[in-house]
Design a protein around this ligand. Structure first.
Ligand code: ADP
Ligand code: MG
Length: 491
């Protein structure tokens, strides 16, 4: 099907980025929004955004490129983020510049920090009244966002961030507000209560963020949002973040934003490799335990484990090593030669478990592995596809396990919806299953080994163990028992 004619001017070629082998486009206001929306609705992408159309491309930013002030850089490091996500890379410079922004990216792609970093960086902790306001659809989200912003503001002395939501006694909020607050994360209804009581004044607000704008509009908050926006200074920065774009959002943008920049993270179509995918519901603290059970049960030759942050990689490595597995980690803090050393070991089979972040695993030549484990549900559906694509190559059968705890279930649901795949729930194997499975595996290997017949030195040793007292059958049974882990001597 021929692409529809462009109703407006193309965005200039520099307005897209390449990131992780994909193209992300920034829409400049030269393409008017309703026209863009119409194109989106037809399911087409705008041709100028493609690298095949030429153009210079835009560099993907690293956290170093962003030149974050020391306290923020340190907090980001603590959080274990290796590099900005695309939406962060695109939105942070614009937001710092004071621009109004419409940001669209899938769930789990780091939209909170995309607006959170500029907020904690720019808001002056000296003020007594709110300087930045984030509106969220639900109390859970308000709490989650304020937790994330507090982490980002950890070294930003004196910056007070307060979630304000219905359901919590208003007195507690009044008390906190009196003491002075610079960043308020609120659900619309409760915020209006405070405005009515004059416990919150929005006259010094410089930035308003509507997080999950699509969600808020779906929930019927439109009038509340407008009432709130009208209480803020007209010169404020107005920011909309959303996982989807709609006519309603663009209407709101047209009425309350000035000269907005639209930042959209676009995906290519995904093709999903044929891999047996399942997930396990696990408590965060139980993940290592389940992992080692699965490793024992399936006994894969090469396993690749993905974690979302560098710190997680280190934790998993040391926990697995402590349990006697041959495991090593790979992440962005390692230099080239360190990485190559680890990769070499993995390729040669001197270690059989590699734990990596998405960033570290990208671009490296990992051999096809038998098992991919998502220790954490990935940030982005695409990561999931890339991760599991490391197994099941070249006609080999592949398997992937994903550990899901608590809120991660939502991300998993998104992944399934987005990639149009079904990931089956599997229950954690029981101890007796592991033992019988181990014995089964053992039997297979034993037969293979006998068939290849190079056992002379071992036969000698068995004869030594047998001595005068035992039969070879007894020795074999005892060795098997030791091997599968139930071989404790009876009292
Ligand atoms: P969204 O709002 O887009 O759904 P969130 O802001 O809730 O996504 O982020 C999802 C998760 O990703 C959070 O746990 C957050 O801490 C983490 N995250 C954010 N930015 C990064 C990054 N640059 N690298 C790694 N993880 C990140
Ligand atoms: Mg969000």
């Amino acid at each position: 099907m021929a692409p529809p004619a462009l109703p407006g001017p193309c965005p200039s070629p520099k307005n897209y980025v390449h990131w992780r082998g994909r193209i992300y486009t920034i829409y400049e206001p030269s393409l008017n929004l309703p026209a863009w929306y119409a194109l989106q609705a037809q399911g087409s992408t705008i041709p100028c955004g493609s690298s095949r159309q030429g153009g210079t491309g835009m560099k993907v930013l690293s956290f170093a490129d962003l030149a974050l002030p020391e306290p923020i850089a340190k907090a980001v490091k603590d959080l274990g983020f290796e590099e900005p996500t695309p939406i962060q890379s695109l939105a942070i410079p614009l937001l710092r510049d004071g621009k109004d922004v419409i940001g669209q990216a899938h769930t789990g792609t780091g939209k909170t920090a995309a607006y959170g970093i500029p907020i904690v960086e720019r808001v002056d902790p000296a003020g007594k009244t709110p300087r930045a306001l984030v509106l969220c659809p639900t109390r859970e989200l308000a709490i989650q966002v304020s937790e994330e912003l507090r982490k980002l503001a950890r070294y930003r002395r004196g910056l007070i961030i307060l979630p304000v939501y219905g359901g919590q006694p208003i007195e507690r909020q009044l008390h906190a507000l009196k003491a002075g607050v610079q960043v308020v994360i609120a659900t619309p209804g409760r915020l209006l209560d405070h405005i009515d009581r004059r416990s919150i004044t929005l006259s010094d607000v410089g930035t308003v963020v509507l997080d999950e704008a699509d969600e808020m509009l779906d929930m019927g908050f439109r009038d509340d949002i407008e009432a709130i926006l009208k209480k803020t200074p007209p010169g404020r920065q107005t920011v909309l973040f959303s996982a989807t774009m709609s006519k309603e959002i663009l209407d709101l943008a047209a009425r309350y934003q000035h000269d907005p920049r639209t930042v959209q993270v676009m995906h290519d179509k995904l093709s999903v490799p044929k891999i047996e995918q399942s997930y396990f519901e696990v408590r965060e603290s139980g993940k290592i335990d389940v992992l080692s059970k699965l490793l024992d049960l399936y006994d894969p030759q090469l396993t690749l484990i993905f974690a979302n942050t560098k710190r997680r990689v280190d934790e998993i490595v040391s926990q697995l090593q402590a349990r006697g597995y041959l495991a090593e980690g790979l992440h962005g803090d390692m230099n080239q030669s360190q990485r190559e050393r680890v990769m070499g070991k993995f390729r040669e089979g001197r270690i059989d478990i590699l734990i990596a972040t998405d960033v570290a695993a990208r671009g490296i030549d990992v051999p096809a592995v038998d098992l991919v484990v998502n220790f954490d549900v990935p940030q982005d559906p695409e990561y999931y596809i890339h991760r599991i694509g490391r197994t099941g190559r070249a006609g080999k059968e592949g398997r992937s396990f994903t550990f899901v705890s608590g809120k991660e279930m939502w991300k998993l649901r998104d992944i399934q919806r987005f990639a149009k795949i079904k990931i089956a729930l599997q229950s954690v194997p029981k101890e007796h299953e592991i033992i019988s499975r181990k014995a089964e595996l053992m039997a297979r290997r034993v037969r293979d080994l006998i068939d290849t017949g190079r056992l002379d030195p071992e036969i000698l040793r068995v004869q030594q163990i047998m001595g005068e007292e035992y039969t070879s059958l007894e020795v074999a049974a005892a060795l098997l028992s030791l091997y599968v882990g139930s071989g404790k001597p009876e009292k």
